[in-house]
Design a protein around this ligand. Structure first.
Ligand code: FMN
Length: 311
């Protein structure tokens, strides 16, 4: 998620959950090919398995971007065919590409050939009021023919006119049934469900029904819930991570990052939700958002932890 799932957030997540696959923010192929590659692509070893999400619709540019992804040792590339933002539409990529399966297939092949990495696609159920059979099915058939075998489906349509990107994540109705039907209609392909998964109960209920789940906003706002989910789904016998230990480890990481010029705010932001749902969750958030943050003082993390533990 842009402005959220940056490398600092992902570092924190890896301290909480060793197995969950992590995704970057969308990076446009254009930005990558003409921009500061190292700033856009570098990450910590611990973040594996890590997927780079690319945005774009020019096969040549996407091929170059994919080659860089392989050089930086990403595990996989995902193409964004689901973003409804007007700026992305102007660039002729994101959700509007659902209407151009041939072009998407060309992009995929260029990325596969340039990188040798698996390329997956994140998309919606359709554009506007389109039924899944109008756009999504032809898109999947076309992409399966070029060896895409994993799709992440944000289980609602994208209404490209009249809604803001934010409204496009809440207003078009969710339709999980459509994704279940997709799985039946294309049993040789994997479909991960995305959209509106908010609670541990949701996760435990949905996980057995789909090839995978992708969790966006809830994973950001409630990172510890993903640790709990991992434990329930994969490692029943291991203890949950201790939040205080996680903060100490993250603090060490923050010191290294600050020495390299990272702003403290960027390092504190992923931590804000760590105690969500706990009696001291609000205090923690308030302390981290406090005045000391403005003074660029990293000890704020440890001081906040002491106060929270004392409650
Ligand atoms: C702030 C924000 C930024 C997002 N950025 C991206 C992005 O870069 N790429 C993408 O595929 N989806 C992006 N999304 C959409 C989410 O990945 C996800 O599809 C959507 O929020 C629905 O899932 P959720 O209900 O689990 O959040 C973004 C969502 C938010 C709220």
């Amino acid at each position: 998620m842009m402005d959220y799932t940056d490398r600092h957030y992902r570092y924190l997540m890896r301290l909480l959950c060793p197995r969950t696959v992590l995704y970057t923010e969308m990076v446009t192929a254009m930005a990558l090919v003409h921009g500061e590659v190292d700033r856009l692509l570098s990450f910590d070893e611990s973040e594996h398995p890590l997927v780079l999400q690319l945005g774009g619709s020019d096969p040549e540019l996407l091929g170059k971007a994919a080659k860089l992804a392989a050089e930086y040792a990403y595990d996989e590339i995902n193409l964004n065919v689901g973003c409804p933002s007007p700026r992305v539409q102007e660039g002729r990529f994101g959700a509007c590409l659902m209407a151009e399966p041939n072009l998407v297939a060309e992009c995929i092949v260029a990325m596969q050939e340039a990188s040798g990495l698996p390329v997956t696609v994140k998309t919606r159920l359709g554009i506007g009021r389109a039924d899944v059979t109008a756009q999504l099915y032809p898109l999947i058939e076309k992409l399966a023919a070029v060896k895409v075998d994993h799709f992440i489906i944000h289980a609602r349509n994208a209404w490209l006119e009249g809604l803001s990107p934010k409204e496009n994540r809440t207003v078009p109705p969710l339709n999980y049934e459509a994704v279940l039907t997709l799985q039946e209609d294309f049993p040789h392909l994997a479909f991960s469900l995305n959209g509106g998964i908010q609670t541990l109960e949701n996760i435990v209920h949905l996980a057995p029904q789909f090839s995978g789940l992708m969790i966006g906003r809830a994973a950001y706002h409630h990172p510890y819930m993903i640790a709990e989910a991992e434990r329930l789904l994969y490692h029943h016998n291991s203890p949950l991570p201790d939040r205080a230990e996680v903060v100490s480890l993250y603090y060490q990481y923050a010191l290294e990052q600050l020495a390299q010029g990272t702003r403290l705010y960027a390092l504190l932001k992923p931590l804000l939700g760590l105690f969500l749902g706990e009696p001291k969750g609000r205090l923690w958030r308030r302390l981290l958002s406090g005045v000391a943050a403005a003074k660029n003082d990293p000890h704020i993390m440890l001081q906040a932890l002491e106060q929270v533990k004392a409650c």
